[in-house]
Write a protein that binds this ligand. Sequence first.
Ligand code: UDX
Length: 450
Amino acid sequence: MTNPPSITIMGLGYVGLCTAVSFASKGFRVSGYEIDEGKVEQINSGKATFFEPQLDTLLERSLRNGFVASRKIMPADIYFITVGTPSKADGGIDLKYVRSASHDLGRSLRNSDGCRLVVMKSTVTPGTTEKVAAPIIQAESGKAVGKDLGLVANPEFLREGSAIEDSLKPDRLIIGEMERKSGDTLLNFYGTLYRNRMPEVLRTTPVNAELIKYANNAFLATKVSFINMIANLCQKVPGADVEVVARGIGVDNRIGMAFLRAGPGWGGSCWPKDLRALKTAFSESGVEAPILDATMEVNESQPFRLVEAAKELLGDLKGKRVAVLGLSFKPDTDDVREAVSLRVIGALLDEGAKVSAYDPAAMENARKVLGGKIAYASSSVEAIKDADCCIIMTEWSEFGKLGPEDFRSNMKNLVVIDGRRVYDPSKLSGMRYAAIGLNRTQETRILGGG
Ligand code: UDX
């Protein structure tokens, strides 16, 4: 093994590319293996294949530092597997990319000498690293895992919108080692990468590492579904406001403030998929998962609360113009995968409404899904022009800058439904305003309506 070790990242999707440029920008010798020729060309030309803050700058720096994407597996000391694990129809995850990457990697290691390390970063169900990846790599390489070849499950916790930051300053490292030496090698690498900012380390078995990733996401999703459930009660209780309730429980340091923002539900490329996979793992083990079921159930109905609010304030939505601000599943990303905006738009269209939408980054991706069903505005002001109602779906900071004057001078009907609590209702006098988790008698009181 060279010092510092050379790295090959297998799969340049979201996690792979963010991980690759984070390592390469710090001076490590990194190459990326990717089977999609288009992606390889685009990345090598310096253009990231998706939007993520800091990614373009880091990709540029990485290419200058020698980073290269390739359809060949470049020999390295450490191989990180970062391929996708999409959902199957039954909710479990499809391991075909994990299998093919393990196969390709095993083949490429057949004639290699020296001890290499393989790191499973993809989110995989418990047992996959040892029971699926290890046998394939072993069979194809002719090398014994644990003896000639190291293998560690090391899940990532990258959040879209801050993936580079999370990659460069993670709060913990979960090292699921098959044997001690592999864990030591990976920790040495991370020691060189993070130096005096080494995060908390937990050394465990691969199966525990795999479980930690799922339990982590399921716990956070449960926290959000919990506050969404409380928000629904707040809406019915005169004078109640979920923001105040969340602040009040969040200061309890056993609970914490994070992930207590009530909203129209959670989405994205990870949580829905991971929770379905975890649910399948429970079912396959014959264990009940009532909390997981409830977390998912709350999230199923939550987006429709916004449509109900629109109906309450406008009556029949047939022929009404509804502006939807925000399409990405959260701010600072162009990702619309399992975004709740898509479900809200679908329900609005079913009610016969005409939708005009705007998002600072996700227009192109939304268009791929929604096609000609809605109108696409080039700004938030254009989206609300002549609208009967405006629904805030994603808390992009620029939406918070829309003032009462913007609504007044552009909308036909002054109805704002704040799905993300972006506005201070006391500043929207004269408007009809409904918000997740805010009782409307309180809103009327604040607006001076009696
Ligand atoms: C998540 C995990 O946080 C990350 O560690 C994991 O590895 C990948 O999945 P991400 O999908 O980027 O990251 O989104 P995250 O920031 O966790 O938010 C998930 C969803 O919950 C979003 O739809 C977001 O809008 C929603 N959310 C989050 C809330 O509605 N309220 C909150 O308080 C927090």
